[in-house]
Write a protein that binds this ligand. Structure first.
Ligand SMILES: [Zn+2]
Length: 236
């Protein structure tokens, strides 16, 4: 049986609060706890126009209390390179292609800000899914984070000293993987997206699991490799 994980990207002070509330009420209704990526110091100009949440700290804490898993989602969410790194689903990055010292500082500062909210994340995922080996070294040296949400695979696997929990699609659907992470951006979701998501959850609520924060020993194998090849072929 396939298990589903829901991931919500781009939580920060500035966001489309109405949409975040809408998805939260759907998830509460079906008792689904997502992985939510928090941007510690958002400077992404595309998010400038969203309203500022003056109650952000309490909202973050209420998510933690509900059992939502918090991930460090980059530092400022500003793309400074055109690199795809080791998960080239996009060719723009806050991390991939940046020097190690720059990446270390981003991780260090990001964690410092989240610590101010009483949050110590166990999971990392980069803006636009793009990171490189140096990002992993930076995480090893600056944090206790050993779990990454990203890359295409059949199931969670270990590599470079990290457990990778695969993240395959931005839309609910059946796929031939053991674990599927659906990645949603509440800020840009339309009515139709909310309706499709709720319909899928209604039919499949028992298959949804909390984000797994345990490390695994399974290695990336031939099945993962074939599925990854097919995924990138289809994208071309
Ligand atoms: Zn993002």
């Amino acid at each position: 049986m396939t298990n589903y994980i829901l991931r919500l990207d781009d939580a920060c002070e500035k966001r489309k609060i109405e949409s975040w509330n809408r998805i939260e009420s759907i998830l509460d209704k079906y008792k689904i706890r997502p992985l939510v990526g928090v941007i510690p110091n958002c400077e992404d100009p595309s998010m400038d126009d969203y309203e500022f949440d003056y109650d952000y700290e309490n909202r973050l804490k209420s998510w933690v209390k509900k059992g939502w898993t918090i991930a460090l989602h980059g530092y400022n969410h500003v793309y400074s390179t055109k690199s795809g790194g080791i998960n080239p689903v996009n060719f723009r990055s806050e991390f991939a292609g940046e020097p190690l010292e720059v990446q270390k500082e981003k991780i260090r500062e990001g964690l410092r800000i989240l610590k101010g909210y009483g949050i110590k994340p166990k999971v990392f995922f980069a803006p636009s899914h793009t990171f490189d080996e140096k990002t992993l070294v930076a995480l090893l040296e600056e944090s206790d984070i050993r779990i990454i949400s990203d890359t295409i695979a059949y199931d969670s696997y270990t590599n470079y000293g990290f457990t990778f929990v695969p993240q395959q699609t931005g839309k609910v659907r059946s796929l031939p993987f053991k674990k599927v992470t659906f990645c949603y951006h509440p800020n840009t979701m339309r009515d139709k997206d909310f309706e499709e998501l709720e319909e899928f959850i209604f039919k499949n609520s028992k298959k949804f699991i909390d984000f797994p924060t345990n490390t695994v020993t399974r290695r990336f194998n031939l099945i993962d490799w074939i599925l990854k090849k097919l995924y990138f072929l289809r994208r071309k």
